[in-house]
Design a protein around this ligand. Structure first.
Ligand code: C5P
Length: 292
C-alpha cells in the first residue's frame, strides 16, 4: 500500500467580490479576486485495505457523512474513474467553519490533489478543476495552486494572476462567533441588489497586485455581500469598527462572511494587534496570516 500523505489545506480571502446577477441555475455570476493565505487545516490521507471512505476529525463543527465536501471529493474520484479504493481522511481543523474563508472547499481540493497522487491518476489542474466545480464554486481556485487568482462565472472559472515577483501580504483575521448561511445571503442580495454601493474597478486592483502596490490594493478592497451580511449581523460592523479604532482604515469581509480581514505592514504589527484584539474580545477568533 502507498504511504500516507500529509497536506496543508489553506484558507482563502476574497479581496474583491462583485455579484453581477442571478443565473438560471440560481447561482450568481461573480467577478472575484482570491488570495490564498497561510491559515490552514492539516489533512492526512491514509490508504485503506477496503474500499471505504472515512472522515476522521476531532472537530464537532464538520460533518463526517456525504455532506462533507472532502468526503464528496473522494467519492467523486472513485465514481468517475470506477475505482474500488478506500481512504481515511483525517482533518485537523484550524480554519473556522462557515466563516467565508473556504475551509470546506479547500479540504475538498486537497483531497482531489492528494488522491490524484496517491491513486496515480495523473490529472492536470484543468481536469482537476472540472471535477472541483462539481463539488462547489470555491473548490477550483484551490486546485490551481496559485496565491492569487481571478474567479469568474460562479467563481469557478479561474484565471491565475501571474506576478514577476512574489507578493506577501500580511493580514489580521477576525471571526465573530456567528453562523452565516451563504444561500440566505445570496437570497437577500437578490432582494436588495438595487442598493449595492458603486463598485471599485477590478482592473485597477489586478494591476496594483501585479505591481505589488500593497497600499493601493488595500484601498481597493470590495465585497458586494458585506452590506447584506453586516445588515443581518451587526457583529460584522462591530469587528470593522474595532479594527478601524485600532488604526485599520481599510477592512473587508471575506465571501459571505462573517470573517473580516485587514492589511498590516509586517508580521510584527499583525501579531501585536492580534494580541490586543484577543484580550479585548474573547468570543472572537483572531489570527495572523500571510499570502502563501
Ligand atoms: O457552490 P457552493 O456550494 O459553495 O455554493 C453555496 C451556495 O451559495 C449556493 O447554493 C448558492 O446559494 C450560493 N452561491 C451563489 N452563487 C455563486 C456561489 C454560491 O448563489 N456563484
Amino acid at each position: 500500500m502507498s504511504p500516507r500523505l500529509i497536506l496543508n489545506s489553506y484558507a482563502k480571502l476574497n479581496l474583491y467580490l462583485a455579484v453581477l446577477g442571478r443565473r438560471r441555475d440560481n447561482y450568481h455570476n461573480l467577478n472575484t479576486v482570491f488570495e490564498r493565505i497561510s491559515l490552514a487545516d492539516r489533512i492526512v490521507l491514509s490508504p485503506r485495505r477496503d474500499d471505504k471512505i472515512r472522515i476522521i476529525t476531532a472537530s464537532c463543527d464538520i460533518p463526517k457523512d456525504n455532506t462533507n465536501l472532502a468526503f464528496r471529493a473522494a467519492c467523486l474520484l472513485k465514481e468517475v474513474f470506477g475505482l474500488d479504493k478506500g481512504v481515511d481522511i483525517k482533518i485537523h481543523k484550524r480554519i473556522p467553519v462557515g466563516s467565508g474563508m473556504g475551509g470546506g472547499s479547500s479540504n475538498a481540493a486537497s483531497v482531489l490533489m492528494g488522491l490524484n497522487k496517491l491513486w496515480r491518476l495523473n490529472l492536470n489542474p484543468e481536469k482537476l478543476a472540472g471535477l472541483a466545480r462539481k463539488i462547489g464554486s470555491d473548490v477550483p481556485f484551490f486546485v490551481y495552486n496559485h496565491p492569487f487568482a481571478q474567479g469568474l462565472s460562479r467563481g469557478d472559472k479561474i484565471r491565475p494572476i501571474r506576478q514577476l515577483f512574489k507578493l506577501r501580504l500580511w493580514h489580521i483575521l477576525v471571526i465573530p462567533k456567528i453562523k452565516v448561511s451563504t444561500p440566505l445571503i445570496y437570497k437577500k442580495w437578490d432582494e436588495h441588489s438595487g442598493l449595492t454601493k458603486p463598485r471599485q474597478d477590478v482592473k485597477i486592483l489586478l494591476s496594483a497586485l501585479r505591481k505589488k502596490d500593497t497600499s493601493l490594493v488595500s484601498s481597493l478592497l470590495f465585497n458586494d455581500l458585506e452590506q447584506i451580511t453586516s445588515g443581518l449581523y451587526p457583529e460584522v460592523k462591530q469587528v470593522k469598527k474595532t479594527l478601524s479604532r485600532s488604526g485599520l482604515e481599510s477592512t473587508l469581509m471575506s465571501g459571505s462572511g462573517p470573517a473580516v480581514f485587514g492589511f498590516l505592514a509586517s508580521r510584527k504589527e499583525a501579531a501585536t494587534l492580534c494580541k490586543q484584539l484577543k484580550a479585548k474580545k474573547r468570543s472572537w477568533r483572531v489570527f495572523v496570516a500571510h499570502t502563501i
